[in-house]
Design a protein around this ligand. Structure first.
Ligand code: SER
Length: 343
């Protein structure tokens, strides 16, 4: 079998860096793309790096025949609220250009290009915290009323993905429909990596708090202690992308899936951080805009569809996340020999 060719956009981001490392183990030929040069950690794993603005440079990508595209490049929720039109251009225009490319190549080569798209809990939107708390776990088709530019972009791009993979040009009505691309999306919770620190997102308070505590830096959390959303260990996020990539198409009853792992409020994050790093200085200084964004996101999501269709199950619950992933790794990163595990 010939080597599969994979494109990873946004390769310098948190998911990108972790994903490239995992894809390498599958023996794929990996082409990366990002505005920035690749970090040293993954430089040698990329066969080729296309640096620059995806929208402006889209023609370059037509020279390749990718079997699989992971389109991770995006402007995250907090950043997107301060540069809204730019975020729309990156998040929507960039995605549409790549979907068009995948649609064209699928039809031309008569082989469906797999298009893996990270969507987000930002696709949901609750009017207020009371409604959010009353709703509990949400299913994919509930509360799809995003409050942010980023959330609107993600929800719309899910729809665009479904459109280009099923209805583009109404080709599905042809007597002999052409081969269409194979679009698959996961709505991620807030992700926490022990190796990278996020930027531009609004779930960032979780990882920022933990990294600050480990590094011995004071941290003022921008949401209040009672704020709860779902989170997930980065290795589980990568696992989910690979599982969905591998799932036989016939077993998929949807093109958009929730996945869940654990849900913590910011006060519980603080307790966990203090248990591991007793001298950590963590205070709460809510920022009304960022608080409002997180209050519009669900407390947790219902991932039963992903469990049923492609066998999704996270490896890390909250205790395992801290004790077997985050703390041991973070201890090495910040050279803190005295970290303790959490019971
Ligand atoms: N982590 C993202 C953000 O905070 C949400 O998917 O923007």
């Amino acid at each position: 079998m010939s080597e599969k060719s994979v494109l990873v956009t946004g390769a310098c981001g948190e998911i990108g860096q972790a994903l490239v490392q995992s894809l390498t183990k599958r023996g794929f030929r990996i082409v990366t793309a990002d505005l920035a040069p690749l970090p040293e950690t993954i430089k040698s794993l990329s066969a080729e790096h296309i640096q620059g603005d995806l929208v402006n440079r889209i023609k370059i990508f037509y020279d390749y025949d990718f079997d699989i595209i992971f389109h991770l490049a995006a402007s995250l929720s907090s950043k997107a609220e301060v540069a809204t039109e730019e975020a729309h251009r990156i998040n929507v225009e960039g995605t549409m250009q790549l979907l068009m490319l995948a649609a064209y190549k699928s039809e031309k080569l008569q082989k469906p290009v797999k298009f893996l798209f990270p969507s987000s809990i930002a696709a949901y939107g609750f009017p207020d915290r009371d409604t959010k708390q009353a709703a509990g776990n949400v299913k994919e088709d509930e509360w799809n009323n995003p409050h942010t530019m980023y959330g609107c972009n993600k929800l719309y791009c899910e729809k665009l993905g479904v459109y280009y993979s099923r209805f583009y040009g109404q080709r599905h009505l042809d007597p002999n429909p052409p081969t269409m691309l194979d679009f698959r999306a996961i709505r991620f919770p807030g992700l926490v990596s022990a190796f990278t620190v996020p930027s531009g997102g609004t779930s960032d308070y979780g990882p920022e708090m933990l990294h600050s505590a480990a590094a011995g830096k004071p941290y003022a959390c921008f949401v209040d202690a009672g704020t709860r959303i779902p989170f997930m260990a980065m290795p589980d996020a990568i696992k989910s992308l690979l599982m969905l990539m591998d799932a036989p198409r016939k077993s998929l009853t949807s093109q958009v899936y929730n996945i869940a792992s654990f849900s913590l409020n910011a006060g519980e994050f603080r307790q966990r951080a203090l248990a591991a790093f007793p001298s950590a200085q963590i205070t709460f200084e809510p920022n009304p805009r960022r608080q409002g964004i997180v209050d519009s996101w669900p407390e947790d999501v219902d991932d039963s569809l992903a469990r049923k269709d492609w066998g999704w199950k996270p490896d890390y619950d909250v205790d395992k996340f801290f004790n077997e992933y985050f703390l041991p790794e973070i201890k090495k990163r910040y050279q803190k020999p005295s970290t303790r595990t959490i019971e």
